[in-house]
Design a protein around this ligand. Structure first.
Ligand SMILES: Cc1cc2nc3c(=O)[nH]c(=O)nc-3n(C[C@H](O)[C@H](O)[C@H](O)COP(=O)(O)O)c2cc1C
Length: 326
């Protein structure tokens, strides 16, 4: 299975492991790249040394292409320089003003993927020099900038950007979703929630159990629920005790919320995570995991078992191939 996305990024198939902040691992990224897809490592919350170590670890596990993901709401010179020093070849940028990062990344020989939530933003990203657009629809898990559904967004973006490959994100969890994305004119699918059930993803067991049990109706997109540590950034997560308690109280703003300041869980270093923090429940946390921001897309209803990442990639590709041929 090959197309312009595969040709441009050197992959064997059009499956992208979306950057899933806080719950990704070098093992997961490398496993997807080794399976012929494109693994993307979220590194925007790492300091430059941590970022470099992450890239080296991925390199030790795969000789296939992979990318890293930077968050433009926390744009960091030091992170960009660290990417250049490590010879990163593919950089994904999301959320907000990319400043001069695109021309600089291009000048350093990188390929740049920009996440966009409207056709207009996709057009602007291409004008800046983007090599591909990740069109992220409303169904997506994690932080979701836009309000347009994937099925409406993808063809609009495809029409807006000419020959530039478009990667569809949001609600795609199996080969039917990949086939649908390809039918809409996308060249690949950018998949997050399904890979939270990969063996290699260090997702907390409680979070994982909630994902496996959830239906397509068990998520919600919140403008400002988990806004501690990352304000003004809408997000989609599983409904839980925190969201229900907040809704029952009339969705008050920070400062007037029930359970505010309450430490729900602790990291390995002993630091606490309070209710309403934007934090991915990874395997290293201990405490009331269910009350945390359990990011999830609407495709979660299709996530029913834990599998090695390579098996997930193969299953998605085989299922899509039975539907669309090219
Ligand atoms: C747990 C989780 C963490 C995420 N973290 C990031 C991130 O760090 N950077 C980013 O660009 N997108 C992030 N996203 C969004 C994904 O890149 C992607 O757009 C989304 O998962 C696609 O929708 P899906 O979850 O329905 O597959 C995250 C999504 C999830 C579920």
């Amino acid at each position: 299975m090959t197309n312009k996305f595969c040709t441009r990024f050197g992959t064997n198939n059009p499956v992208v492991l979306a950057p899933v902040g806080g719950v990704s691992s070098p093992e997961l990224v490398a496993a997807v790249s080794n399976a012929g897809g494109l693994g993307i490592a979220p590194v925007w919350y790492l300091d430059p040394d941590g970022l470099k170590a992450e890239v080296r670890r991925i390199r030790s596990l795969t000789d296939k292409p992979f990318g890293v993901n930077l968050n433009m709401d926390f744009r960091s010179e030091a992170q960009l320089e660290a990417c250049f020093e490590e010879g990163v070849e593919i950089i994904s940028l999301f959320w907000g003003d990319t400043g001069d990062f695109v021309p600089r990344a291009k000048a350093a020989g990188c390929q740049v993927i920009i996440t966009a939530s409207t056709a207009e933003k996709a057009r602007a990203a291409v004008a800046l020099g983007a090599d591909a657009i990740c069109a992220q629809g409303y169904e997506a898990g994690g932080h979701v900038e836009g309000t347009v559904s994937t099925i409406a967004l993808v063809p609009a973006v495809v029409d807006a950007v000419g020959d530039v490959p478009v990667i569809a994100a949001g609600g795609i969890a199996d080969g039917r979703g990949l086939a649908a994305a390809l039918a809409l004119g996308a060249s690949a699918a950018w998949i997050g929630t399904r890979f939270l059930a990969a063996e290699e993803a260090p997702v907390h067991p409680t979070y994982r159990a909630q994902l496996l049990a959830a239906s397509e109706d068990d998520t919600d997109r919140y403008d400002d629920l988990y806004d501690l540590s990352w304000p003004n950034a809408p997000h989609r997560a599983l409904k839980n005790a925190t969201s229900k308690m907040w809704e029952a109280a009339g969705k008050p703003a920070l400062g007037q919320r029930p359970g505010e300041g309450e430490v729900l869980a602790r990291r390995q270093d002993g630091s606490g995570i309070v209710r309403y923090t934007s934090a991915s429940p990874n395997a290293a946390l201990e405490g009331d995991i269910e009350g945390l921001s359990m990011w999830s897309g609407q495709g979660v209803g299709l996530v029913t078992k834990i599998q090695p990442a390579a098996e997930i990639v193969a299953e998605i590709v085989d299922q899509a191939r039975a539907i669309v041929t090219f």
